[in-house]
Ligand binder design. Structure first.
Ligand SMILES: *Cc1c(COP(=O)(O)O)cnc(C)c1O
Length: 409
């Protein structure tokens, strides 16, 4: 099985055949565009920036870093993370587990989706050596017992729900057990698990570090009510990256809140406190690691019709009206003006209203680099209307934006 045959929903991005890893220095975005003159979206991967961000996080975080694979499962991304010191992976589906196993046979895989197919539990346990599973209900606990027949070596991580916080994207609306029901589940899980943990997710792109210490305190309340020994505290993902106009606290501020929360938890729980801390960052490790170069196919006043959109790698620019950094790939002395972007499909929802600033003379045929798309970009592509073509190349120039506290090379 090849890595690309694992991804069947959308046409795999074509690789640049002229370039073999390690043979020549990687080019810049401008150099690749000048040579390929791409009429389809060009995904420009910056493996060095991914490795650098991973290393920054791993060095700053006191526990085990699990990369949330859904954010970008591209094999070259997984390898770049591995080089940056990420050895554990948060997977949510059999396909994610298979791709991680294929690319990184030595990786530790944790199955962190709280609702799994029975066959997926079996395959993960028997074929892929997965031992740690997330749950948020008694029913899921029963499924795991039944399908693994586990008598030893089982790890169970109970995902708790959080009240809506300040993250850009709430991730407690769907998963996570309510605080009142959590102690009973923890007690049941403790009886069977060799390792017991509590996890949460503060929400994606959460720019307030205090959300982590508050969530850890809530986990502490639940642990006290349950009266069980914890082995693992998993502080989830949600670490933010820079988008235009953001003013983010540095990575160290998030780590300081986590450390303070963990210290308070140790004080409170004493011998029942967890010895291990995990985090599950996705966006923070990979967002700066890819840009997509799009071409302008038509301009109508302040509207630009481009060849990628909401059904491609720009989903968050549409649905969430998220802003991304843009760069026109040619010299221009024109002053900036704000544009609305339209994607290539026939759906009128395929528009991006975030307010995108570009030189006023941008015109049909121009190429635009859109940055910070290594996270939730290519992974959200669909084949709707037949617009799922694209090419993947590796580049070495700097990302368009820096997130405070993360190295870029
Ligand atoms: C999506 C997800 C993550 C990663 O979230 P980011 O906001 O990208 O850091 C981590 N853990 C779980 C369980 C997730 O579903």
């Amino acid at each position: 099985m090849t890595a690309s045959s694992l991804r069947v929903a959308v046409t795999p991005l074509r690789r640049d055949p002229s370039r073999r890893r390690g043979v020549a220095p990687l080019p810049s975005v401008d150099a690749v565009v000048a040579s390929l003159r791409p009429e389809e979206p060009l995904h420009c991967l910056r493996p060095a920036a991914i490795t650098a961000a991973a290393r920054s996080f791993v060095e700053a975080f006191e526990g085990r870093t699990l990369y949330a694979v859904k954010c970008n499962p591209e094999p070259r991304v997984l390898s770049a993370l591995w080089r940056g010191g990420v050895k554990a992976f948060d997977c949510a589906s059999p396909a994610e587990i298979a791709v991680v196993r294929h690319v990184l046979p030595e990786a530790t895989i944790h199955y962190m989706h709280p609702v799994k197919a029975r066959s997926a539990i079996r395959t993960a346990w028997r074929q892929h050596g997965v031992r740690d599973f997330a749950i948020d209900s008694e029913a899921e606990l029963e499924k795991i017992f039944a399908e693994t027949g586990a008598t030893s070596d089982l790890g169970l991580i109970v995902r708790i729900a959080l009240p809506k916080g300040k993250a850009a994207l709430d991730l407690s609306g769907k998963f996570g057990i309510a605080a009142e029901a959590a102690p009973a589940l923890l007690c049941r899980a403790r009886a069977a698990a060799q390792r017991l943990g509590i996890s949460f997710h503060v929400g994606s792109q959460c720019s307030d570090p205090a959300m982590w210490s508050a969530a850890i305190a809530r986990a502490g309340d639940i642990a006290v009510a349950a009266g069980v020994k914890l082995d693992i505290l998993d502080v989830g993902g949600g670490f933010p990256v820079a988008y235009p106009g953001d003013d983010l606290p540095p990575l160290a501020a998030f780590m300081a809140e986590i450390d303070a929360g963990a210290d308070a938890l140790r004080e409170r729980l004493g011998a029942a406190a967890p010895e291990h801390i995990w985090a599950e960052p996705g966006r923070a490790l990979v967002a700066q690691g890819a840009s997509v170069v799009v071409q302008v196919q038509a301009r109508r006043d302040s509207s630009l019709y481009i060849n990628d959109g909401v059904y491609g790698s720009l989903a968050d620019a549409g649905t969430l009206a998220w802003r991304f950094p843009l760069r026109l790939l040619r010299a221009s002395t024109a002053s900036e003006r704000v544009f609305t972007l339209f994607g290539p499909t026939c759906d009128s929802l395929d528009r991006m209203d975030g307010g995108f600033s570009l030189p006023a003379d941008v015109t049909e045929g121009d190429w635009i680099e859109i940055g910070q798309l290594g996270a939730y970009g290519a992974t959200l592509r669909t084949a709707f209307n037949g617009f799922d073509r694209g090419q993947l190349v590796e580049v070495s120039d700097a990302p368009l934006l820096r997130t405070p506290g993360y190295a870029v090379i």
